[in-house]
Design a protein around this ligand. Structure first.
Ligand code: ZN
Length: 163
């Protein structure tokens, strides 16, 4: 297991639509173990493959008791609305309020290739949607009005200069 380098905005891979996961083998299990380790090391609650530079439809998460591996994820249904703070390891965790559905139902494959569905609400459903977005080349800042999006990017770039 190893902590991988996290890719950051505006690296190109973060804006690309991921390729489907097709091999459910030991390499995938090892990759997922690295992704969990990288996520915990960065104190995040979710991490998608593009965030470690891989153009793949894959994410891991451990958020409010929902711990899972999701390959080829899709959001099959949503319900309600929530407004809450969100941040991303690829944008320096700079927070911004994003409006999302309150509940979401995720359909994905586990590391063995078995399909499953899981429902979550609140912060965990936010993670479902945030990480599935990554697999489609979308960042949370893409959901923000232009002015606020620019403010988050500016703050991120400013903080990066001080690190
Ligand atoms: Zn993210």
């Amino acid at each position: 297991m190893a902590v991988r380098k996290i890719t950051e905005y505006p690296e190109k891979v973060l804006a690309e639509v991921g390729k489907p996961v097709t091999s459910f083998d030991q390499d995938l299990a090892d990759l997922c173990a690295d992704m969990f380790e990288t996520m915990y090391d960065a104190e995040g609650v979710g991490l998608a493959a593009p965030q470690i530079g891989l153009n793949l439809r894959l994410f891991v998460m451990d958020c409010e008791g929902v711990k899972l591996i999701a390959a080829n994820p899709e959001i099959v249904s949503t319900e309600g609305e929530q407004s809450g703070q969100e941040g991303c390891l690829s944008v320096g965790k700079v927070p911004a309020v994003v409006i999302r559905p309150q509940k979401a139902r995720l359909r994905a494959q586990n590391e063995k290739g078995e399909w499953f569905e899981r429902e979550a609400e609140g912060y965990a459903s936010r993670a479902f949607m945030h990480e599935t977005d990554h697999c489609n080349g979308t960042l949370f800042i893409d959901h923000l009005p232009k002015l606020r999006r620019n403010m988050v990017i500016k703050r991120f770039q400013k903080e990066k200069r001080w690190v």
